[in-house]
Design a protein around this ligand. Sequence first.
Ligand code: SF4
Length: 375
Amino acid sequence: MAGIYIHIPFCRQACYYCDFHFSTSGRLRTEMITSIIAETALRAHYLSNEPIETIYFGGGTPSLLTANEIQRILDTIQAKFNIVSSPEITLEANPDDLHKTYLQDLKKLGVNRLSIGIQSFFEKDLKLLHRIHDRDQALNCVKDARDAGFDNLNLDLIYAMPHGTDAEWAENLRQMMQLAPTHLSAYALTIEESTVFGRWYQKGKLRPVDEDKAADQLEMLMDVTAQHGYEHYEISNFCQPGYESKHNSSYWLQKKYLGLGPGAHSYNGTERHFNVSNNPKYVKQLSADLLACEGEKLTDNDRINEYLMTRLRTKWGIDLRRMGKDLHFDLMKNYGDYINHLQLQGHLFINEENITLTRSGKMIADEITEHLFQM
Ligand code: SF4
């Protein structure tokens, strides 16, 4: 089984923390849709005819597309790939785009999962982040999405907000639990160099939250979601039973995927491909029926590192037998002392075949992965 990701590289306005690939100019929009459709056809064999079980529109802001544009892309995917009978089809959306008729149109197209960027229920946070929506739009769109028949909703939240308090984070979590989405993604705010926040940081105008405070807020997140029956199945992702994101899980479980659109990545089991993160260059290449990507064959160390980095963060953990069989790497032989030490400190569960993080291990997941990395 494999997945298809479509990157829609347009946003109405730039959020101050965001370093994804997007443009706030809609200048090449028509050409972009044509180019993504052309790339879909050109890469029809990338996944060796494996059944496609997930399709994911990410961005950027896919909810800027009209229903007709989404339909044209889906029709091409349907015509060129072998799709399972009930694929998970997710569309990332901003609250201000989700009008009632648009939601009904998405439903008719077969979109069955929405991932909505709420980020905070406080207006002051939304303003600081330079989000385009307000609190009422966030609350209304969840209701409207459910009225239109979307019962599988992911909602995004951001914690460790500059100037944010623990009490405000508790209130955000309370309101989120009231909405009871099937899936919650919650990320600590990071300050990336190429963003407005990055520039403010350089000038001393913005200070990141200290690590202890971010850790406290992660603890609150784990407590509240557990009390409400959510499973913490990946460091930043929580779901009601049975509602894991199939698409994102496929990345963490090393399944193959094809990424279409500028900035998208693909993985065919042995190589990674990276599409150019530049809208005019992408469109120029595709309008000449040429791909706009570069590839790299993964080395043995790359494959080991990717496996460690993705799997350790999940409930599935590291499968020691699989590491030995597929990656020819005996983790216990190389790092037995370190791993046993972590277990004694209560950071890991170990059984014969599997290593998973405990709650305290999740707090230091990056540190553990870094220690295990193969250079
Ligand atoms: S809407 Fe999403 S992709 Fe666009 S700037 Fe904001 S966070 Fe980034």
